[in-house]
Design a protein around this ligand. Structure first.
Ligand SMILES: [Zn+2]
Length: 102
């Protein structure tokens, strides 16, 4: 498993995947047709990734990190990204991935 500085890559468990699916369904009210290949309406929930805020001229030590959820088109691989904190998947206080309520 890839390990990033100061944390560990997350293997999402069933409860987390369930929560993520609910959250995405809640916000994705538009058409599900892929805007790139227009052949698929099937999307896969991928793992969380993170991007660092760009700091011009250095390697961004300590830059703010935004966790993103990847949702990928089944046909062409086009990826849609959701801010995992705004989506309600990652707790902004702890940085932990939330679990579905039982
Ligand atoms: Zn596609």
């Amino acid at each position: 498993m890839a390990q990033s500085q100061g944390g560990q890559a997350v293997n999402l468990n069933d409860s987390q995947r369930k929560l993520i699916l609910e959250k995405v369904k809640n916000v994705w009210k538009g058409k599900r047709d892929c805007p790139i290949c227009i052949e698929s309406t099937v999307w896969w929930i991928g793992n969380l990734v993170e991007v660092k805020e760009y700091n011009e001229g250095n390697r961004c030590p300590g830059a703010a990190i935004t966790p993103l959820l990847q949702v990928q088109c089944d046909k062409c691989g086009h990826v849609v990204l959701f801010n995992a904190i705004s989506l309600g998947v990652v707790d902004p206080e702890t940085g932990k991935v939330k679990e579905a309520k039982p």
